[in-house]
Design a protein around this ligand. Structure first.
Ligand SMILES: NC(=O)c1ccc[n+]([C@@H]2O[C@H](COP(=O)([O-])OP(=O)(O)OC[C@H]3O[C@@H](n4cnc5c(N)ncnc54)[C@H](O)[C@@H]3O)[C@@H](O)[C@H]2O)c1
Length: 166
C-alpha cells in the first residue's frame, strides 16, 4: 500500500519535465493520476508509458488536454478526472512557462504570456479545484510549483520573479 493509495490527483504541465516526474512519483505511491497538459500528443504517450506503473501499484492513469489559462477547459479537466476516478483529492498546479529577457527589454507581450500561465493559471486551478473539493466535503490538497526566482531577483526573469503571489 503506497502513501497516497486511493487518492485522485491531477498534475498540470505533466507531459514532460517536473510535472511528469511528479505524476509518476504519485503513481509509484499508489495514487490515481490525471496527467494534464496543453501538449496533447505527448500526453497520450505519457499515459501509455505509465499504464503498467499504475497497474503495478494499484492505481489508475488518465490524461486531459488543457490550457490552464482557460477556465472552461480547467473545469472540463476536473470533470473528466472526477468521472474516471470518482473524486478529486490532490490538485498540483505545476504548468509554467518562461521566456527569459533582460529586464529593460521585457515587453508587455512577454509579461502577459508568462503571467497568464504562471499567475492566472494558478489562480484558476486553485479556485476550480477548491470548488470541487468543497462540494465533495472531503477536503483535499492544492499544491503550486513556484520558483527560486520568487525569492531572489535575476536580471533576465522579471515576470517569473513576480509569479505565484496568489
Ligand atoms: N526547470 C526549472 O529549472 C524550474 C525552475 C523554477 C521553476 N520551475 C517551474 O516548475 C514547473 C515545471 O517546470 P519544468 O522545468 O518541468 O518545465 P517544462 O517546460 O519542461 O514543462 C512545462 C509543461 O507545462 C506545459 N504547459 C505550458 N503552458 C501550459 C498551459 N497554458 N496549460 C497547460 N500546460 C502548459 C508544457 O506543455 C510543458 O509540458 C514550471 O511551473 C516552471 O516554471 C522550473
Amino acid at each position: 500500500m503506497g502513501r497516497v493509495s486511493g487518492r485522485s490527483c491531477i498534475v498540470t504541465g505533466a507531459a514532460r519535465g517536473i510535472g511528469r516526474a511528479i505524476g509518476e512519483a504519485l503513481l509509484d505511491e499508489g495514487a490515481d493520476v490525471c496527467f494534464a497538459d496543453i501538449n496533447g500528443e505527448s500526453l497520450m504517450a505519457v499515459e501509455e508509458h505509465n499504464r503498467d506503473r499504475a497497474d503495478r501499484n494499484g492505481g489508475r492513469v488518465t490524461h486531459a488536454v488543457v490550457d490552464v489559462t482557460k477556465r472552461d477547459q480547467v473545469r472540463t479537466m476536473i470533470a473528466h478526472t472526477v468521472s474516471v476516478f470518482g473524486k478529486l483529492d490532490v490538485k498540483f498546479n505545476n504548468a509554467g512557462v518562461n521566456r527569459p529577457m533582460n529586464f529593460l527589454d521585457v515587453t508587455e507581450e512577454n509579461w502577459n504570456f508568462i503571467m497568464s500561465v504562471n499567475g492566472l493559471g494558478c489562480l484558476i486551478g486553485m479556485q476550480e479545484a477548491a470548488k470541487q473539493m468543497i462540494s465533495q466535503k472531503t477536503g483535499g490538497k492544492i499544491i503550486n510549483t513556484t520558483s527560486i526566482a520568487g525569492r531572489q531577483g535575476f536580471d533576465n526573469v522579471a515576470p517569473t520573479a513576480h509569479r505565484r503571489l496568489v
